[in-house]
Write a protein that binds this ligand. Structure first.
Ligand SMILES: Nc1ncnc2c1ncn2[C@@H]1O[C@H](COP(=O)(O)OP(=O)(O)OP(=O)(O)O)[C@@H](O)[C@H]1O
Length: 642
């Protein structure tokens, strides 16, 4: 089963040449590139061996089932021996009693074989469903724990296809090809031993095709591995396009883009189809060879055997038994082609599964505060203006000290998004964060709950470096509401209660009130109303208010709001603002703001520009002193001054 890297490399470059340049259109919609591989230089056996930890808990039942299948298959090999006895004995002696006995024996063997195969099926069905479910649960759990940067890189369709198609392929592989590769292997060995024992010259004739078959199978396996990987990756791309098309149906319809969407989809399906056809051609070729060579050998053995029976060198019974054994071995030999193909598909699915599972869950795990960092902490303490030293009565609030950040996938020559942010939000204070589009406001807010890891500097909450806080504690301290409110296919109440592990119904009512999300009570089942996939049954403003309620339900110590009022009408915005003022009075908050109305919720404003905090002050101070701030706010300035 092992494939050589060189051959894989050759096959891959051949595939690339075959592809040519005409499927560029199909690349559209494939989205982010991560998650595709070439099947280059990997051993199928080594890949499949990684499934062992999942198989081990059900190993007893699984191996018993394989043992039962081996016995059933070898039982089939006894049938020709009974035939030999029948032909040379009772049939030659014209003994009807013996013929009946032989018939009964053959019937019993047939029933025994069928019964044992039934038992095998029963033995493996439940454990393999368990293996598939465990792998799927592990994958889901791992996906939840992977950092946001991973999800930024990977297309969702690639992940979906791994969780569905690939795991189904693996269950099918464990249920059938894996067992039958063993069973058929043992059957072929036992069968050939019987053939050689019966008549070694004829046996050798049947063995002749084995050498070319082994070589052909190895070449086939190498080529098939590459094509199998392509099909599975392309299916992932297809899933991404379908998902994007369904989620973005409003945009597609709104801009009348269904034709171009359909064209892009068709290009991708064409690409999958042509790869599937290449796979089918390979399979057809290997099947033709695997079926033809043994048939030729059986034909040759039949001619030679008949001549020897005619010459009296061989008994008719022996020839009948020999040919029946050879015919019994046809299926185990012929099945090799598709069993190998299914094993390759499974090895590819295993690789794709572990590509995700091998991704580290934390880019920077929680660490004990090292000495070097402590000195930075001391230094930043020294930098604090007088009167800002944290005390037990007055905690320090949220502090950014020399925070730097660059996206891992940013071009190497691009400047960092954040190039040394220094900002102190005092305990209980609300700070508005203002900056031009793309200046890094969302990025800065994402660093606080460690959705991304700062690449330099440090962030402290009440004097504690966030990298030293256990993630659960950090996420209990900090609540976030993003500009794009994400809701889940659950009830309105469940969506809000997701904001805090220990929140109760009373907290839910309070949070809904604060976020002016009373509309929930008017829904058909109140807070128990399902909000549909991604909350799409609600308006943008309603979704945003629910997201806000989710952020405040746990009375967080620190609140991060990314332009939380952008989708609200003027009337609702005023209501939410009024309620928010109450919440903000009790927490330390950083609020990304684009409009003066949001800015006015804050005690002070920080202007982010060129990756640094360019100015800090009240709204009116900045309007007076900062031309950049004035220009950013100018759109609404007149309204503000009214
Ligand atoms: N996942 C990512 N990978 C690479 N670059 C990114 C990623 N996300 C954002 N960026 C880049 O980082 C910069 C800052 O983006 P960010 O979303 O933080 O800006 P912003 O100030 O919040 O913008 P806006 O006001 O439009 O919401 C932008 O140039 C953006 O293109």
């Amino acid at each position: 089963m092992a494939a050589t890297g060189e051959r894989l490399g050759e096959a891959e470059s051949e595939r690339d040449t075959e592809r040519g340049g005409d499927d560029r259109g199909a690349e559209r919609g494939a989205g982010r590139d991560t998650g595709r591989g070439g099947g280059r230089g990997r051993s199928a056996t080594r890949s499949l061996a990684r499934l062992w930890p999942y198989l081990r808990p059900v190993g007893g039942r699984f191996f018993t089932a394989a043992g039962v299948a081996v016995v059933a298959s070898c039982l089939g090999l006894v049938i020709p021996l009974v035939l030999k006895w029948l032909v040379d004995g009772p049939v030659a002696d014209r003994d009807p009693g013996g013929v009946w006995l032989g018939g009964a024996l053959l019937l019993a063997l047939g029933i025994g074989e069928a019964g044992l195969f039934g038992v095998r099926r029963w033995l493996v069905a439940r454990p393999l469903a368990f293996v598939e479910a465990t792998m799927r649960a592990d994958l889901y759990r791992h996906l939840q724990r992977l950092p946001v940067s991973f999800h930024d890189r990977w297309a969702s369709g690639q992940l979906l296809s791994r969780a569905t198609t690939d795991l189904m392929l693996l269950r099918m592989f464990l249920a059938f090809p894996l067992t039958f590769l063993v069973v058929n292997g043992v059957t072929v060995l036992v069968g050939f031993a019987i053939l050689l024992a019966q008549e070694w010259t004829l046996g050798l004739i049947l063995l002749l095709p084995a050498v070319p078959l082994v070589i052909l199978c190895s070449v086939f396996e190498t080529r098939y591995a590459v094509v199998a990987r392509s099909v599975q990756d392309q299916t992932g791309d297809l899933t991404t396009v379908v998902e994007e098309g369904v989620l973005g149906i409003r945009i597609v319809k709104g801009f009348g883009r269904h034709r171009s969407q359909a064209r892009a989809f068709k290009a991708l399906t064409e690409r999958v189809r042509s790869t599937e056809l290449r796979k089918a051609r390979l399979l057809a070729m290997i099947w033709a060879l695997i079926m033809t060579l043994p048939e030729l050998a059986i034909g040759a053995a039949l001619v030679l055997g008949t001549m020897r029976v005619a010459d009296g060198e061989l008994s008719a019974g022996t020839l009948v038994a020999f040919l029946s054994t050879a015919l019994t071995l046809r299926w185990p030999v012929e099945s090799l082609g598709f069993l190998l193909a299914m094993s390759q598909d499974a090895a590819t699915a295993t690789d794709r599964f572990f590509e995700v599972m091998d991704e580290p869950t934390a880019e920077h795990p929680t660490v004990e505060q090292p000495k070097a960092e402590q000195s930075t902490a001391e230094q930043s303490t020294a930098e604090r203006p007088k009167g800002e030293q944290p005390t037990a009565e007055q905690p320090d609030g949220l502090r950014f000290a020399g925070v730097e950040f660059r996206y891992a996938d940013a071009p190497p020559d691009a400047p960092p998004v954040l190039a040394g942010v220094d900002l102190h939000i005092r305990s209980g204070e609300t700070m508005a964060l203002v900056g031009a589009t793309g200046s890094g406001k969302t990025t800065l807010t994402a660093l606080v709950p460690r959705l991304h890891e700062a690449t330099g500097g440090r962030i402290t909450l009440d004097g504690r470096d966030i990298t030293t806080l256990p993630r659960e504690e950090l996420r209990g301290l900090v609540a976030v509401a993003f500009e794009e409110p994400t809701l889940f296919s659950a009830t309105a109440g469940e969506n809000v209660l997701m904001g805090a592990a220990d929140a109760e119904r009373a907290d839910l009512a309070r949070a809904l009130e604060v976020a002016q999300a009373d509309f929930v009570h008017a829904l058909p089942q109140g807070t128990d109303t399902q909000v549909g996939e991604q909350g799409l049954s609600l308006s943008g403003g309603q979704r945003q208010r629910l997201a806000l309620a989710r952020a405040v339900v746990g009375r967080p110590r620190f609140l991060i709001l990314d332009d939380p009022l952008s989708a609200l009408d003027v009337h609702t915005e005023a209501l939410v603002e009024a309620a928010l003022r109450q919440v903000l009075a009790t927490t330390t908050a950083l609020v990304v703001a684009h409009r003066p109305s949001t800015v006015l919720l804050a005690d002070r404003v920080a202007l982010l520009s060129g990756g640094r905090i360019a100015a800090v002050g009240t709204h009116h101070q900045l309007l007076r002193d900062s031309p950049e701030y004035r220009s950013l706010m100018s759109g609404d300035e007149r309204e503000e001054d009214r």
